[in-house]
Design a protein around this ligand. Structure first.
Ligand code: MG
Length: 290
């Protein structure tokens, strides 16, 4: 099932996308619940309760505005750095140069604040040049947690995956490298485009799909998720060590090679660039940088 959060006639709804991906029908939930996007449906399904009925008209997706499936995640988005071998290599002289040997054994984990999430077609705001001049894209598969838990084993981890969505982990490289922690360079307003919807784990296995990214139509990133250094079960096991994961938590699983900083010379995002991220079995997001 594909669960979309969308606006129609000025009101936010949460709905099920049709099998052909052309239409959406809203669930019968209150306006207050709809404000939380897919979150209440995730909680309903995790609790084993029946989903609310589909109500109202079936709308063409071209007649609605899609939002991020979780427009304001319940807490920070977990993110993984340096999780594809080729990407680790392309930034080994810059972002990863101070990484100590422990990063070989353990993933780099940081977060983005919930408020930086925007929808799959929303504009991303480039900051003033005084704030950053090195804005970059990172196409990523995001895992959405269903059943919560703590100290989850790799063997059990996939049972905790509710589904998947697409994110662009937009990054201010100069700010990222200026601070010991990455959160600032990753959390600028609008720096987490997400969507186009949430695909439940019965429809796709995130361990075996393909992440691609185009800048103004030019293919820059193309990575199979089988190439992750730390696979999804390992990430869930690691992040849940001593920390309870909750339904609706999001884990952005890292980006393949081909980011702007890794090119020679680097090619950072400029005003007017349009960046499209697509993941097989989920869909695509496309955002203009303004
Ligand atoms: Mg990233």
């Amino acid at each position: 099932m594909r669960i979309a959060t969308f606006v129609h006639n000025g009101k936010r709804h949460v709905g099920q996308v049709s099998v052909d991906g052309m239409q959406v029908t809203a669930f019968a939930i209150s306006d207050d619940l709809a404000q939380r996007g897919a979150q209440p449906l995730i909680e309903t399904m995790v609790n084993g309760q029946a989903l609310p009925a589909l109500s109202g008209a079936t709308l063409n997706l071209t007649d609605v505005k899609l939002e991020a499936p979780l427009p304001l995640p319940r807490r920070n988005v977990w993110c993984v750095g340096r999780n594809y071998h080729a990407h680790a290599k392309e930034l080994q002289a810059s972002v990863f140069k101070d990484s100590n040997s422990d990063t070989q054994a353990w993933p780099i984990v940081f977060t983005k604040v919930p408020e930086c999430v925007v929808g799959p077609t929303d504009d991303v705001q480039l900051p003033d040049a005084a704030v950053s001049q090195q804005i970059d894209y990172e196409a990523e598969l995001a895992v959405v947690i269903g059943l919560g838990g703590k100290n989850i084993s790799q063997a059990d981890a996939m049972k905790h995956v509710f589904g998947y969505t697409v994110v662009n982990d937009v990054t201010a490289r100069d700010v990222q490298m200026r601070h010991q922690q990455w959160d600032m360079g990753k959390s600028f307003d609008t720096f987490c485009p997400m969507g186009p919807w949430l695909v439940t784990a019965d429809e796709i296995d995130g361990r075996q799909t393909r992440v691609r990214c185009w800048v103004n139509g030019e293919l820059r990133q193309d990575g199979p998720t089988e190439n992750m250094i730390f696979d999804i079960p390992t990430l869930i096991e690691t992040i849940s060590r001593g920390i309870t994961l909750y339904p609706g938590d999001i884990i952005a699983t890292g980006t393949p090679a081909g980011v702007g900083m890794g090119l020679n010379p680097p090619r950072y995002i400029v005003k007017g660039d349009v960046i499209r991220v697509e993941i097989d079995g989920i869909g695509q997001i496309e955002n203009r940088f303004v």
